[in-house]
Design a protein around this ligand. Structure first.
Ligand code: G3P
Ligand code: MG
Length: 244
């Protein structure tokens, strides 16, 4: 059965990457959540999508220039609607403790991309995953494939997924060269035959971001291991209808 990962939580209905958004994902029956991590100036892991706080909080500036305590002062809910005022930027450990309690899957996306290196972020994230005993329920994903290879060198077992937006040739072979075990392509990154072939050879495919009903249905019927969606409730309902 295709698993449903709630992208930044239930980002279509709640402020992304907040506990409110993750709780909603759980409430509607998602199998797991996707979240994004950055490194703060004091070496802590902050869960937020952009490299700055500008779009999704009442503050301004780069995550790398804030301590975690400073980030915690910001309101990460009001930008969405006033109903969510008081939501804060979670620390990774806080979300993982909850994931453990709720028995969910977690897709941790490392945001050491473009000009941000965040030295040590891979080791730091693995430490947190192990602290909560979540290795079996975790996939580490990134557009930074060099960083993903670092994860693999630090841990030979954890599921690592290449994120990509291009149309890669035989992505399952490319993934293997850096020690990655699964594929997180953009919605248009793989055709039907490629998806079915990858799944057949045991390389899970979890495309993003699958929001339209037709697309959700298509990727479920194709046999993707999972889909990543901003609308987990919609996806859960469609999956149930398909399996009937
Ligand atoms: O996991 C898929 C997705 O999160 C990748 O893109 O920019 O939403 O983090 P982005
Ligand atoms: Mg992401």
């Amino acid at each position: 059965m295709t698993k449903i990962f709630a992208h930044r939580g239930s980002a279509g209905t709640h402020p992304e990457n907040t506990m409110a958004s993750y709780r909603e994902a759980k409430r509607v029956g998602a199998d797991g959540i996707e979240l994004d991590v950055h490194l703060t100036s004091d070496g802590k892991l902050a869960v937020i999508h952009d490299e700055t706080v500008d779009r999704t909080t009442n503050g301004t500036g780069h995550i790398k220039d804030f301590t975690l305590a400073e980030l915690k002062e910001l309101d990460a809910g009001s930008w969405f609607t006033s109903e969510f005022s008081g939501e804060t930027i979670p620390e990774l450990g806080e979300v993982l403790a909850w994931v453990k309690q709720e028995k969910l899957l977690v897709n941790i996306e490392l945001k050491n991309v473009f000009y941000l290196d965040y030295p040590g972020i891979e080791e730091n994230v693995l430490q947190e995953v192990n602290r909560y005993g979540l290795k079996e329920q975790t996939v580490i994903s990134s557009f930074n494939h060099i960083g993903l290879n670092t994860v693999r060198r630090l841990d030979s077992e954890i599921d690592c997924a290449i994120l990509y937006s291009e149309k890669l040739y035989q992505p399952w072979n490319y993934a293997k060269t850096l020690g990655s075990t699964s594929l997180h392509p953009h919605l248009y990154g793989m055709n039907d035959e490629m998806i079915q072939y990858a799944e057949q050879i045991g390389c899970p495919v979890r495309p993003f971001t699958i929001n339209e009903e037709q697309q959700i249905e298509k990727f479920i019927r194709l046999g993707c291991s999972a889909i990543i969606t901003d609308f987990p409730e919609r996806a859960v309902i469609l999956r149930e209808a398909i399996s009937r």
